[in-house]
Design a protein around this ligand. Structure first.
Ligand code: PLP
Length: 383
């Protein structure tokens, strides 16, 4: 889960103070003299791109905005379809709807991510992109999905809101597809309060998204901003300097956050792996997850609910599974009419597996007492 555990005055506040010591410019563009040429959003983008071996990064106001801005690159028309998975946060589908396209969802498999065989079935002539989500920081079968997309020449976008720093096949999540989007909301692995980032493979996509996220501004060096050139319309999804200042401090902590997450997930698994009837979600061989949460699969829905009850009694709270599907499972989104028309009411395969899952949030700081309580709660559930 959270970089918020590690926010302090020494790092995050020092970065903000830097803005106050240099003209208090909160805006990402212009005012070069007043700000002594200090540009926090630009610095955060450069550091982020470098950290994840990508060439182009664009900071935006949220993870939801990141998906919407990424889609602005694709020249979508009404009637175009974009495929994502049934188990995701509602934001993925909202961004598709806001872009004017029609969302289509696939089943998930035992990785709890997109089922490649269902993706293949749902691709039509209208499919303009696939958005793969790495739910709770664990990748699915990326190779298979990449192969399907490249065969059909459909761009792949990764919603990496939960997967910052995770890897698959030695490449960071968010750099497998044409674009990768990230969230820095308060519950994500690193946080700027609200914020997001997009990584791009191509310069052309980057420039188009950069203009669109800023009313079409091309930042033409030949003109002052108020006479700037433009070729497209756009919107305002600009990140501000204070968000980016916090982001710079948080990014410097990511290796330690991930190390603690992975270590705590493995402490839990070591303690419970001998309980024969439970499983972990499937993790592909080439995957190194960020371990935002740890998901246990029970043999039945009844046991999953029982486990949650016992955990809650012991003041340990589960994350999303099994309780929060309202916001994370597409059959529940009957309020989104674009989705209602195009997706089946029941996702049988997805429902069956999700109803048996219990997901535990992973923190940086988890004392032995918590690990022991998780283990004894699961033992009690199974007894
Ligand atoms: C958090 C999240 C988002 C949205 O990010 P915000 O920064 O909260 O707008 C998008 N997709 C997924 C899968 C998420 O978990």
């Amino acid at each position: 889960m959270p970089g918020f555990e590690l926010i302090n005055k020494k790092n995050e506040l020092k970065q903000i103070k830097d803005i106050f010591d240099n003209g208090c410019v909160f805006y990402r563009y212009g005012f070069e003299k007043k700000r002594n040429n200090i540009f926090k959003v630009k610095e955060f983008e450069d550091r982020f791109a470098k950290k994840f071996n990508s060439k182009y990064a664009l900071g935006v106001t949220s993870g939801t905005a990141a998906i919407r801005v990424a889609l602005s690159v694709l020249n979508l028309k009404r009637g175009d379809e974009i495929i994502t998975q049934s188990f995701t946060f509602v934001a993925t589908v909202e961004a598709i709807v806001e872009s004017g396209a029609t969302p289509i969802c696939t089943e998930i498999d035992k990785t709890l991510n997109m089922d490649p065989s269902d993706l293949e079935k749902k691709i039509t002539k209208k499919t303009k992109a696939v958005i793969l989500v790495h739910m709770l920081g664990y990748p699915g079968h990326i190779d298979k999905i990449k192969k399907i997309c490249s065969k059909k020449k459909i761009p792949l976008i990764e919603d990496t809101a939960w997967g910052v720093g995770a890897k698959y096949n030695n490449l960071f999540l968010g750099t497998h597809g044409r674009m990768g989007t990230f969230s820095f909301d308060y519950a994500k692995t690193i946080t700027t309060g609200e914020g997001g980032m997009i990584l791009f493979k191509n310069k052309k996509d980057y420039l188009k998204a950069k203009a669109w996220h800023d009313h079409g501004h091309e930042n033409n060096p030949k003109f002052p901003r108020w006479e700037d050139t433009r070729t497209s319309s756009g919107f305002n999804f600009r990140m501000n300097e204070v968000q980016a200042a916090i982001g710079i401090a948080q990014l410097k902590k990511i290796d330690i956050i991930l190390k603690l997450h992975r270590n705590n997930a493995s402490r839990i698994w070591k303690k419970i792996k001998n309980y024969r009837s439970i499983q972990q979600r499937e993790i592909p061989n080439k995957a190194i997850p960020s371990c935002d949460s740890f998901t246990v699969i029970f043999p039945s829905k009844r046991l999953a609910l029982k486990c949650r009850e016992i955990l809650n009694k012991n003041k340990i709270f589960t994350k999303i599974l099994p309780e929060a599907l309202t916001w994370h499972f597409s059959p529940k989104w009957t309020h989104i009419k674009q989705l209602k028309k195009n997706t089946p009411k029941s996702f049988k395969k997805s429902s069956e597996i999700l109803s048996r899952c219990v997901s535990l949030p992973i923190f940086c700081k988890m004392n032995q007492n918590i690990i022991d309580t998780i283990s004894s709660s699961i033992r009690k559930t199974l007894s």
